[in-house]
Design a binder for this molecule. Sequence first.
Ligand code: NDP
Ligand SMILES: O=C(O)C1=N[C@H](C(=O)O)C[C@H](O)C1
Length: 280
Amino acid sequence: MEKIHVMMNGIPGNVVTTIAGHIQNDPRFELLPFAMTGPEITAATHTLGDMTIKLITPDNRDTAIKEIKEQFTNFICIDFTHPTAVNDNAKFYVDNEIPFVMGTTGGDRTLLEETILSGNIPAVIAPNMAKQIVGFQAMMEYAATTFPDLFKGYSLSIKESHQQTKADTSGTAKAMVGYFNRLGTPFSNDEIHRERDPEIQRNEWKIPEQHINGHAWHTYTLTSPDNTVCFEFSHNINGRDVYAQGTMDAAAFLHSKLGQQKNKTAKGEIYTMIDVLKGK
Ligand SMILES: NC(=O)C1=CN([C@@H]2O[C@H](COP(=O)(O)OP(=O)(O)OC[C@H]3O[C@@H](n4cnc5c(N)ncnc54)[C@H](OP(=O)(O)O)[C@@H]3O)[C@@H](O)[C@H]2O)C=CC1
Ligand SMILES: O=C(O)C1=N[C@H](C(=O)O)C[C@H](O)C1
């Protein structure tokens, strides 16, 4: 079976190294010994299991990518970097015709979509790769399309808690805002309550100590105008392993799309994790 070559960008970041470990153990994939890294990173390499990964800073990537493409003709980039890198990295992938999975949140999401559509490669973009959360998003999408204004008049609160190092407000929570708006509850991203204080996470949220540095807890509460009815949805993730399976499915999905594209004029295509979950 032909292996799917993937380059994991964002090493030595937390999420990408967790997912890279799963990819190394999956026979469908072969990890490239190169990774794009942040401008602040001074290490030249990073060890992952028995592999030494060469780290490429943004100022070196134009030269490096030419050498990588000489060694590996077809590969997919998987990006879990930093919100400030989203748009620049996406442009880099499009300019170099590298299909990609954008797991990184934040940046200008409209520009991200425009960048992909202006090029000729497919990409999967999603703020959440956890398949069960994607399933929940698909349920919300169904409800918003089928029953618009179902919760008209209800008030909404959204709370999320993540590790203190998280730079942006949860991309998942922002995506949920869109569904709730269509269900009749006006709400803006600025109203999302974002918790980053470890003391409050420990004492009030009761997040387990070993996950204070890596968790993603979200709660959405809908309350009727007379306070007699309350709906609450929560998804509480400890650690990062849950994102690996969905990310690998996204890469395999892109790989199959590239196979289908061979005889057609290639054009920029955007897929979501809901597309990946549906497998079409
Ligand atoms: N879609 C999903 O399911 C999930 C998405 N995420 C998202 O993934 C992103 C990363 O999260 P996390 O691993 O916790 O963050 P980390 O801060 O642990 O890791 C990010 C890494 O990216 C590096 N980096 C910064 N700029 C660039 C660049 N231009 N090119 C390549 N690498 C760069 C950083 O380097 P430096 O230290 O120098 O800045 C750092 O090593 C976030 O946006 C997060 O929200 C997280 C979990 C799941
Ligand atoms: O930074 C994280 O950790 C996470 N980021 C994503 C987001 O912003 O929604 C997904 C998940 O919440 C973990």
